[in-house]
Design a protein. Structure first.
Length: 204
């Protein structure tokens, strides 16, 4: 609910609809294929996410029920994008943590967003990001404890490890095949990527 309210606040403060606000932000970060409510042409390339009792086969429209009732435009859900764009968005927060140029966010915002602001029994929380808390998290055991990321209900995730300067993006429609826990699959993907990256890194 907090991010739904934030979307409304941003829209009113900037005097523009949320789609225009987010398009401007994404374009600034280089993510040019990310938007709310994809057109017919784009929808044909998007895999279905579920078949439910009241919407039928959900494809190319937001899966989240609250965002669906908000016409597909909400502060917490509804954006569609490519793996490249998701990586670019995480890069905006990763670059300041690695001490290198890159990312188009204010340095203080980018740093504070991935610092701990709260916690639940499973994960520490930043401002919109999950922070690795244990090796049982879906980023796996190999990524460092500086790692931050986010998972999506339909079977998506992005995790960024500042110690390796590495982002991992994994986009699936796994929920179409059942609402099963995808943590072990996500963790296996992250562990495999880190193993490959570490194996290719030059020795010190």
């Amino acid at each position: 609910m907090g991010f739904i309210a934030l979307g409304t606040v941003l829209s009113r403060a900037l005097g523009a609809g949320l789609p225009a606000v987010m398009q401007a932000a994404c374009t600034r970060l280089g993510a040019r294929e990310t938007a709310y409510r994809p057109g017919e042409r784009e929808r044909r390339t998007i895999p279905p996410t579920e078949r439910d009792a009241w919407r039928g086969r959900v494809r190319g429209t937001v899966h989240d029920e609250k965002a669906h009732l908000m016409n597909g435009i909400a502060g917490h859900a509804g954006l569609f994008g490519t793996a490249r764009d998701v990586a670019l968005l995480s890069e905006a927060f990763l670059a300041p943590r690695t001490g290198r140029p890159g990312g188009a966010l204010d340095f203080v915002l980018a740093r504070s967003a991935v610092e701990e602001w709260g916690a639940d029994p499973v994960l520490r929380r930043g401002l919109g990001w999950a922070l690795k808390t244990s090796d049982a998290n879906s980023c796996g055991a190999a990524m460092s404890f500086a790692t931050f990321g986010h998972t999506g209900f339909t079977g998506t995730c992005v995790w960024a490890d500042p110690e390796r300067d590495l982002s991992i993006v994994f986009l699936t429609n796994a929920v179409y095949f059942g609402r099963n826990d995808l943590r072990e699959v996500r963790a296996a993907v992250c562990d495999a990527v880190v193993e490959e990256v570490d194996g290719c890194a030059p020795s010190a």
